[in-house]
Design a protein around this ligand. Structure first.
Ligand SMILES: [Zn+2]
Length: 394
């Protein structure tokens, strides 16, 4: 049994409905808050899908009315402010976000600000005045249609100012009242999205598991998520296997629950400036960096902190990947890194250069990577180590 029973805190979680057909529960759950909804979706149109058509018919049958907002790409602070300004006069009983991480994060930020009405820039971490958020928020229901960000379980909305920054609006009051996780919604997800989103989820669980703030409860959830993703991610990507949808949706949910408690690590530390400076999707950043960052963390820990509890944890995951309990620590850790490198190839993750990132960009990316997620990486990586992680994926 690993993990020491030192004090820890578990922040608020949503109520969760998980499973095939869970979407059918949305009309009743939403009606519990009133009859006027704001529905936020992505552009990749859930609204036009079979599931969307059925859902809207069910909402109508229940006498619910709604307005719909569509989010294109990763949401910006301007988009959130403009949406709030346009809708402020209308009282909404609940906000329903249906889509990938972008739609859920936009919906979460809008739900937070519809009633107070101020600019999201007042609260974003690391930019602006960072005023405390006092609410009130509008009840938020999150329905993920991808297996990736875990936003349905977290208290932060990530907003991107293209060319400038990628920062979070974060508060316990932003956590969804309900997360409705229906694996059937993954049926229409194209393979490239499955790969990038799935590796985001996997990275989030792995980084939570070795985070400096990991605790026995998050460790248990992270283990179950890693085991679910290990087989399901390649199967879902390669064969669009229907049986792999539920375990990937579960892994994504676990990634959100864990990261909300423990923070993340080097991959997400680098993802913040990469996503801000370049038009590279978040999942692609995670997928393309996770093997190199894991190798770098392991090498740094072996060299500078050989007694660190993250080392046996990497070994444990390596043994679970290898399905060989007898592997030594170094063998198991090498197996984990090799497995992640194989995923990089099998899942056809693009390299950084495909998004216009070159060697001369690396210093400013590294310089802007130190806040946020980097703080809970198991070991402090040097600028040279962070540069190497990026350089080997150019
Ligand atoms: Zn992520």
């Amino acid at each position: 049994m690993s993990g020491n029973f030192f004090p820890f805190s578990i922040a608020r979680l949503p109520r969760i409905e998980f499973g095939s057909g869970a979407l059918e529960k949305l009309p009743e759950i939403a009606a519990g808050y009133g009859n006027h909804l704001l529905i936020v979706t992505g552009l990749r149109s859930f609204a036009e899908s079979e599931a969307g058509t059925r859902l809207f018919a069910q909402l109508r049958q229940r006498g619910l009315a709604w307005e719909q907002v569509r989010v294109s790409g990763e949401p910006s602070p301007e988009f959130v402010d403009a949406t709030v300004a346009a809708l402020r006069g209308t009282p909404f009983d609940a906000v329903v976000g249906i889509g990938g991480g972008s739609a859920l994060d936009a919906a979460k930020a809008i739900a937070g600000l519809l009633r107070p009405g101020n600019s999201v820039m007042d609260h974003l971490e690391g930019v602006g005045p960072e005023l405390p958020y006092h609410g009130p928020s509008t009840p938020f229901i999150a329905v993920p249609t991808t297996a990736g960000t875990g936003s349905e379980a977290t208290k932060n909305a990530v907003l991107t100012a293209p060319g400038g920054f990628k920062k979070s609006f974060r508060d316990d009051r932003l956590v969804a009242e309900w997360a409705i996780v229906d694996p059937d919604l993954l049926a229409t997800c194209p393979p490239a999205l499955i790969a990038a989103d799935g590796l985001d989820a996997f990275t989030q669980i792995l980084e939570s598991f070795v985070s400096t703030r990991a605790n026995p409860l998050t460790d248990a959830l992270a283990r179950s998520g890693i085991m679910a993703a290990r087989d399901a991610l390649p199967a879902l990507h390669r064969q669009q296997s229907a049986a792999a949808r539920a375990p990937m949706a579960y892994a994504s949910l676990m990634s959100g629950i864990c990261l909300a408690q423990t923070g993340l690590g080097a991959v997400h530390g680098l993802a913040s400036p990469l996503g801000a400076f370049f038009p590279i999707p978040h999942g692609v950043v995670c997928g393309t960096l996770v093997a190199a960052a894991t190798a770098s963390n392991i090498a740094a820990l072996e060299a500078r902190a050989p007694e660190h509890p993250a080392l046996p944890k990497y070994g444990e995951i390596g043994r679970r990947f290898a399905m060989q309990k007898g592997l030594s620590g170094p063998e198991a850790r090498a197996f984990l890194v090799d497995s992640l490198r194989r995923w990089e190839v099998e899942l056809a993750l693009p390299r950084l250069a495909a998004y216009g990132i070159g060697e001369s960009d690396l210093p400013r990316i590294v310089a802007a990577s130190r806040g946020g997620s980097m703080k809970t990486n198991p070991i402090v990586l040097t600028d040279a180590e962070l540069t190497d992680i990026l350089a080997c994926r150019l």
